[in-house]
Every structure is written in structure tokens, then in C-alpha cells.
Design a protein around this ligand. Structure first.
Ligand SMILES: NC(=O)c1ccc[n+]([C@@H]2O[C@H](COP(=O)([O-])OP(=O)(O)OC[C@H]3O[C@@H](n4cnc5c(N)ncnc54)[C@H](O)[C@@H]3O)[C@@H](O)[C@H]2O)c1
Length: 327
């Protein structure tokens, strides 16, 4: 991919949090973008900034349906596959649906991409693949046993991608996302991620509940760092950089208690009363790993990754967005 060329990029799950940000970013670079989404967890309002853009096309369809996948990949250069059912608890409550979407749907997208002879298939993998491995920081080559049905589905994605590279010559890159946050992440629903959920609760003077004692830590990753990784994954032309997986993170870890402290501090700048909202501590959650921290050396070396946003820098942006858009 040269910067001056116009490409056709398919973003599956393009109405979701990460997918809609990817659509917007690549449309901003004047590429043609197709979004395939069934709106199961995504939203039409995530598309509002670009739905009228003539370079954008929405296909309402399901990755569990191979015909929808085949239609969506027609004439496409690059696939950024984001569609999946996220959330560890969701997969524990309903492993069958998570498997159908995350594994069978993924396989459908690989087959359709192979048949359409696309240039490269870049997909959302997950830090959950590290499972019960205890070493920190996490390096791509050392994983443990999966701790949830969701983690299994994301690991199976990597196994299938590798086989499609080897067997059919399909270029693939997996991006193991670590706790992504930022604008447009859904604060609502039983499976909402912790940052948007806590932001909304603070804004409504409701006490957020931390599962466990708050000392669990995560490598919280701002959306713009994730966009940078997706861009690098489709622009990199070094054959040694493809058909592999990369940690997609900032490369630092913060505890849940740190996170809540920052959120309170930044939100208090908008509304001083938020300083009085207390945090509640609840039981630990099944399938949660205690600590997570990525080594980003491989992405730096092989892709030239240089993340710009730390947790604190990203949170300032995210809090502003939630305040301006959802307050
Ligand atoms: N957000 C994170 O921290 C994180 C971390 C690791 C991995 N991931 C992965 O990144 C990807 C995007 O996650 P997100 O946070 O943007 O989630 P999201 O729920 O906001 O987006 C997922 C999108 O996929 C769509 N989708 C779901 N099932 C579909 C189906 N059967 N057919 C077509 N579309 C379907 C949804 O409607 C939604 O728009 C997922 O693959 C997720 O597993 C996310």
C-alpha cells in the first residue's frame, strides 16, 4: 500500500467500537471502505460521521453466512476483520454463539478472502490468548492455556490464520489487542467494558463496582494506538513481518485502582461533584487474569510501531469525548 494509492478496505464489525474508528480513519485517507456488520453489538450512530461519504458502503449482513462474506470481499484489497462477540463473561454464559460467530464466522471470512484473492487479511486477535501464562511482559511466542471460551475462539483464529497462510498463501497478520478503550466504545449493556461503564457511572453519580480488590492490572490501550497498528499491518511490505501475530498495546500496566483514580480526576475537571462518588469493591470474576502487560518490542522492530497515547493521555481524550457526546 502506497500512501497515494486508493484501496478498497473491508472492515467487518465496522459498526462496532474499534471497527467504526477504523472506517473513519481510512475514509479520512481517501480509501474506499466497506463495512459488513449485523448490528448485534454495533450501532448505526457509530457510522453517522461518514454514512454519507461516497467512498463508504454499508453491507448489513452476518459473517456466519458465507454468501454475505463473499459479497463483502468482492474487489477488496485489504480485510480488517473486527467482527466478533467480545467479552469473556458473554462467552461463559453462551459459548455456542460465541463459537459460531468468532470461529465459524472467522473461517467464513478466511475462505471468502482466499477466494477473492485479497492482498492481506488483518484480524483482531486478543490478549486473552495468553491465558494462564504468568510471565510478564507477555511476548508473542509464549502463551498459556486459555481461561475462557472467548479465549479459545481467539486462539483458534490464530491457528486458522496460520494454516491459511501456509496452505493457501493468504497473507495474514493477527493483532492481539490488549484492553482497548476510547471514543465510541459502548458504555451500555451487561457486557460493557470497564472504562466506558465507569465513565458513565461517574457522570451519573453512581458508584462503579470493581471486581476484586482493584489490584488487578491491565495494559490499557487507546484506540489511536490500535489504528496505528492496523495501518502498519496493511502497509508493511517486509515478507518477514507477515503471517504472524503482534501484541497491540501501549506497553505499560495500571491497576484498576489507578484507572479509577485517573477517571475521577479527569471527570472532576468537568463536574466537581464527581469527586464525592465512592467506589465499591465486589467479588472477583471467573475467567479474569490477574495481570496483563504486553511486550511491544516485536511490533516496534517488525512494523515500526510507535504508540503515541499512554493510559493517561488516552483517558483525557476519551473522557472529553464521553462528556461531549453522552452527558
Ligand atoms: N475492545 C477490546 O478491548 C478488545 C480486546 C481484544 C480483542 N478485541 C476484538 O476486537 C474486535 C472488535 O471489538 P470491539 O471492542 O470493537 O467490539 P464491538 O462489539 O464494539 O464490535 C464488534 C462488531 O462486530 C459486529 N458483529 C458481531 N457479530 C457479527 C456477525 N455475526 N456478523 C457481522 N458483524 C458482527 C457487531 O455488531 C459489532 O459492530 C473483536 O474481534 C474483539 O474480539 C477487542
Amino acid at each position: 500500500m502506497e500512501n497515494s494509492d486508493q484501496y478498497k478496505i473491508l472492515v467487518t464489525g465496522g459498526a462496532g467500537f474499534i471497527g467504526s474508528n477504523l472506517c473513519e480513519y481510512f475514509l479520512g485517507l481517501d480509501h474506499k471502505v466497506i463495512c459488513l456488520d449485523n448490528f448485534s453489538t454495533g450501532h448505526r450512530h457509530n457510522l453517522k460521521n461518514f454514512i454519507e461519504n461516497p467512498n463508504f458502503k454499508l453491507i448489513e449482513g452476518d459473517i456466519r453466512n458465507i454468501a454475505d462474506c463473499a459479497l463483502a470481499v468482492e474487489g477488496v484489497d485489504y480485510v480488517l476483520h473486527q467482527a466478533a462477540l467480545g467479552s469473556v463473561p458473554r462467552s461463559i454464559n453462551d459459548p455456542i454463539t460465541s463459537n459460531e460467530v468468532n470461529v465459524s464466522g472467522f473461517l467464513n471470512m478466511l475462505v471468502a478472502s482466499r477466494d477473492a484473492k485479497i492482498k492481506r487479511f488483518v484480524y483482531a486477535a486478543s490478549s486473552s490468548t495468553y491465558g494462564d501464562s504468568e510471565g510478564l511482559p507477555k511476548v508473542e511466542e509464549v502463551i498459556g492455556k486459555p481461561l475462557s471460551p472467548y479465549a479459545i475462539t481467539k486462539y483458534v483464529n490464530e491457528l486458522y490464520a496460520e494454516i491459511f497462510s501456509r496452505t493457501y498463501g493468504l497473507e495474514t497478520i493477527g493483532l492481539r489487542y490488549f484492553n482497548v478503550f476510547g471514543r465510541k466504545q459502548d458504555p451500555n449493556g451487561a457486557y460493557a467494558a470497564v472504562i466506558p461503564k465507569f465513565v458513565m457511572q461517574f457522570m451519573n453519580y453512581e458508584s462503579p463496582v470493581i471486581n476484586g480488590d482493584g489490584n488487578y492490572s491491565r495494559d490499557f490501550t487507546y484506540i489511536d494506538n490500535v489504528i496505528q497498528m492496523n495501518k502498519l499491518a496493511i502497509t508493511n511490505q517486509n515478507p518477514d513481518s507477515i503471517n504472524t501475530v503482534y501484541n497491540t498495546a501501549f506497553g505499560d500496566r495500571n491497576t484498576l485502582n489507578d484507572l479509577v483514580g485517573y477517571l475521577k480526576k479527569y471527570l472532576t475537571e468537568y463536574d466537581p461533584k464527581i469527586a464525592d462518588v465512592e467506589v465499591i469493591y465486589g467479588a472477583s470474576r471467573a475467567g479474569d487474569i490477574p495481570h496483563s502487560l504486553a511486550s511491544i518490542n516485536k511490533a516496534k522492530k517488525m512494523l515500526g510501531y510507535n504508540p503515541k497515547y499512554s493510559l493517561q493521555e488516552g483517558l483525557k481524550e476519551a473522557v472529553k469525548w464521553y462528556w461531549d457526546n453522552l452527558k
